[in-house]
Design a protein around this ligand. Structure first.
Ligand SMILES: Cc1ncc(COP(=O)(O)O)c(C=O)c1O
Length: 387
């Protein structure tokens, strides 16, 4: 089946397993080899085989991953990077210039906020935080003529707020800006922002795409060839690319994304059921709950509600820290989206870089990345930890 057919005709699971790579012409290898090579023999000066010249510019293992993730997001082109933040930085420098402005989520992932606040700001790019769930405030944060990007996460990290992608795209486009959606929490299985009007999708593939907590990576997917050209240039010019082994691991992870996400969602729903009735828990934050303010939008634009669950612990920060330290099946650690369950305290860990800013997260907040273990074991572990 051709690449085009994969994109337009096949189901998600078929694309996840086949898109981006045809069995090797010489050997029939069903899985792309790890092309551990920095350079390529030329057939005469400029006589490139398949366009490969130097592995910063392109590498066949990376090409396979880039084609695969583009097909999953229903985009035109995919790009793989050394980390999610490397993807973000490359995108910003491809699309913005000093003097421009971007709107960012007021509860963005801490590293994304740090990138805009400490790195892009020093380069001359200004930013304004706005809540992704409040369309009026996003519109009000736009500076006509100066805002190049409206950047959203949905669901956000760690407060799981939901932005209406279709409506946000209309707001951004009316102002002459582009909509960028960080789709890390949903993964392409649960949500495809490009089909809802977004211009660029960002992933930390470290998370659900890789899915096994064994590789750090990032990706961009775009639907417009003009944007693709700019990103291609900057990907090569900046050089923060995914290495072939990292690309291979991520591609391997993507093949089982659909299965894993279904189980992440099943287990998260079990955990949410348990937490909502526990007396030591103040508030459970999960877009699948009818009481979640973004529930209706999430229902419209997501297939299910994902594996991330946040909750507030009665008794404040000390109790929240104690819960994080008492679990045994949930491992205390940063990151998310792997097969194993993780627990963390965003205020002291992933979001420490926003402490003291408007983006500070509540001190009694605990974030769970619910893995694909036996659900009963996860619930029993939380029951023990909550006391
Ligand atoms: C939503 C989100 N976006 C981007 C990133 C950055 O990705 P990476 O850690 O791969 O650089 C993260 C990392 O946790 C994240 O959670």
């Amino acid at each position: 089946m051709s690449e085009q057919q994969h994109r337009s005709k096949s189901g998600f699971e078929t694309r996840a397993i086949h898109a981006g790579y045809e069995p090797d012409a010489a050997t029939g290898a069903v899985i792309p080899p790890i092309y551990a090579t920095s350079t390529y023999k030329q057939d005469g000066v400029g006589g490139l085989r398949g366009g490969y010249e130097y592995s910063r510019s392109a590498n066949p293992t990376r090409t396979a991953l880039e084609g695969n993730i583009a097909a999953l997001e229903e985009g035109e082109r995919g790009f793989a990077f050394a980390s999610g933040l490397a993807a973000e930085d490359t995108l910003v420098r491809a699309l913005c210039r000093p003097g421009d402005h971007v709107v960012i989520p007021d509860d963005a992932y801490g590293g994304t906020f740090r990138l805009f606040d400490k790195v892009e700001q020093a380069w001359g790019l200004d930013h304004s935080p706005a809540p992704v769930s409040d369309l009026d405030r996003v519109a009000a944060a736009i500076r006509p003529g100066q805002t190049r990007l409206v950047w959203v996460e949905t669901p956000t990290n760690p407060l799981l707020n939901i932005g209406d992608i279709e409506a946000l795209a209309a707001i951004a486009h009316d102002a002459g800006a582009l909509l960028v959606v960080d789709n890390t929490f949903a993964s392409p299985y649960l949500q495809q922002p490009l089909t809802l009007g977004a211009d660029v999708v960002v992933h930390s593939t470290t998370k659900y795409c890789g899915g096994h907590s064994d590789v750090v990576g990032g990706a961009l997917v775009v639907r417009d060839l003009e944007i693709a050209e700019k990103v291609t240039f900057h990907q090569n010019a900046i050089g923060a690319v995914a290495g072939p082994f990292d690309a291979w691991l991520t591609l391997r992870g993507l093949k089982t994304l659909a299965l894993r996400m279904e189980r992440h969602c099943d287990n998260a729903e079990r955990v949410v059921d348990f937490l909502t009735s526990h007396p030591a828990v103040g508030e459970v934050i999960y877009p699948g709950l009818e009481t979640h303010p973004g529930h209706e939008v999430a229902q419209r634009q997501m297939k299910r509600y994902g594996g991330m669950v946040s909750f507030r612990v009665r008794g404040g920060e000390s109790q929240a820290l104690a819960v994080c330290e008492r679990t045994e099946v949930f491992t205390l650690g940063e990151s998310l989206g792997g097969v194993e369950s993780l627990i963390e305290h965003p205020g002291r860990m992933t979001h420490a870089s926003v402490a003291g800013t408007d983006l500070e997260v509540p001190a009694d907040l605990v974030r769970l990345s619910v893995g694909i273990e036996t659900a009963d074991d996860l619930v029993a572990d939380l029951e023990r930890a909550l006391g």
